[in-house]
Design a protein around this ligand. Sequence first.
Ligand code: ADP
Ligand code: MG
Length: 241
Amino acid sequence: MIRIRQLTKHVGADRIPVLRNISADIQQGEFIALVGPSGSGKSTLLRCLALKESWDGGSFMINGEDVLKNGISGKLKQRREWAFLEQNPYVNLNRSALKNVLIGRAGQTPVWRMITGMVRSDDYMGAMDTLEELGLLDKAHAKCEKLSGGERQRVAIARALVHGAKVILADEPVNGLDPAAADKVLETLRGLCKQERITVISVLPLEIAERFASRIWGLQGGEIVFDVHGRRLTYGEKNML
Ligand code: ADP
Ligand code: MG
């Protein structure tokens, strides 16, 4: 489904490599964790996949189509179907969880609907169903400023789903959450992979990656130094980071 070949990126005047020959195939429903030391290229790789940053060599294909050769409509489709979760969930604190889910990601709601606040009843039902699925039904009408960090992150996930996300990219989505809240966010993501065949690619601490991910990529110096499926890391692999 997603095919990455020899993805390479250099930065600055001295063309320092930050991504080196990244190659991988990703299937729908996988939960991939990116682990590695600070500066190893995890965020850069994620941002390239989100089309938030460019690269200078290699290719990245979705369902057989090169994303760079896709026209505007293809890029817009990817923007819609690929959600990006920030470390600090991007939610409007002055609005309810439900409103945040309905308003959607920036630029995807018609202007007249944002102004009038009108929503279609099927949108409303869909949003409530998703909030329920993520364990947020009783918080639907609570202002986001009253919600905990973990709940806000789940609101951001709900919004991505309501807007048709098929791939969720996340950069350290549980940093700063207490362990119970972090587990809940990660259980939510894992459940979406298993039940809805959503694909998740997330930067995570190693011990969390081992508990939740179906696959772990170890990054070091801009390279994938191991790609492990369905098991914990060996001592040797941990030592490579
Ligand atoms: P990680 O998320 O694994 O900590 P990053 O992807 O943020 O790593 O960064 C990888 C390396 O690339 C770091 O050394 C960082 O300083 C460098 N880097 C990333 N983007 C740029 C840029 N635009 N200009 C200069 N250096 C950059
Ligand atoms: Mg980073």
